[in-house]
Design a protein. Structure first.
Length: 268
């Protein structure tokens, strides 16, 4: 099944925004991807994403995943990215959606909820942080240096090593080098600017402005933003729910078989 998957693009001024959609339901789910969007956008990805998250289509959702704009200006912040998302939602005829933000996508989702509260019905923040903490600052600058060297393979390998559980890495160790063989961007400027936006993200002082029902999902073994980041989000967002996978890290949204079910249980 294709789950009615389709690719599309929008224009914001002189910029292009790639997006994908799948499902036919009346309910809207907006998915906001993480820093990996700086290396590979939503362009041409409708079918694989629809298959991976088909449970949402089966649950009656029309799912929309929106990339960051191209080109991405220097100094573009996570708050600027949220403003873009709001504009794209208007263009796509989405007055309100349930919002799932993963990693940097969760940073952007925070600002979308703060600055455009009526657009967010329910909010899921997965493996993300309210600001650029010590763990993040120990990881992302290293990726930025590798990007300046054009070492795509090293970025992908280090990302995998820091994202997946030990059990997953042990099982798939022989296949990890393949991650750096395909998908290398022509230029790393977009990735570098998105990475910088991760480091400068700081919504910690505004979390009290988020009033949408919120579920926060973290991984106790998270080596990119740390599990404490999820706890800080929970403390800052009144009435929020918190669940932390004890055995997973930053890739909990991929590894945990019950991730989609847990999200849908909250949305229901």
């Amino acid at each position: 099944m294709t789950y009615n998957a389709r690719n599309g693009e929008l224009t914001l001024g002189t910029a292009t925004v790639h997006y994908l959609r799948f499902g036919k339901g009346e309910k809207h789910l907006l998915m906001i991807p993480g820093l990996g969007d700086g290396l590979k956008t939503a362009k041409g990805m409708a079918l694989p994403v629809a298959y991976q998250y088909r449970a949402f289509a089966k649950a009656g959702y029309t799912v929309t995943l929106i990339s960051r704009r191209e080109p991405l200006p220097e100094g573009f912040t996570t708050r600027d990215m949220a403003a873009d998302l709001a504009a794209c939602m208007e263009k796509l005829g989405i007055p309100q959606a349930d919002v799932l933000g993963v990693s940097q996508g969760g940073m952007i989702a925070q600002w979308l909820s703060i600055d455009h509260p009526k657009m967010v019905r329910r909010l899921i923040l997965a493996v993300t942080t309210p600001n650029g903490n010590e763990t993040l600052h120990a990881v992302v600058p290293h990726w930025m240096e590798l990007a300046r060297q054009g070492d795509y393979a090293a970025i992908m390998l280090d990302t995998a090593e820091k994202s997946y559980s030990d059990a997953y890495l042990k099982k798939n160790r022989l296949f990890l080098p393949l991650l750096g063989k395909v998908g290398k961007p022509k230029d790393f400027t977009r990735f570098l600017r998105m990475a910088d936006a991760c480091l400068t993200h700081d919504a910690a002082g505004f979390l009290g402005s988020i009033h949408s029902p919120t579920l926060i999902i973290g991984g106790e073994q998270d080596k990119i933003v740390g599990a404490e980041a999820s706890r800080r989000l929970h403390a800052g967002i009144a009435g929020s729910e918190l669940f932390i996978y004890p055995e997973y890290g930053h890739a909990a949204y991929e590894e945990a078989k019950d991730f989609c079910g847990r999200v849908m249980g909250f949305l229901a």
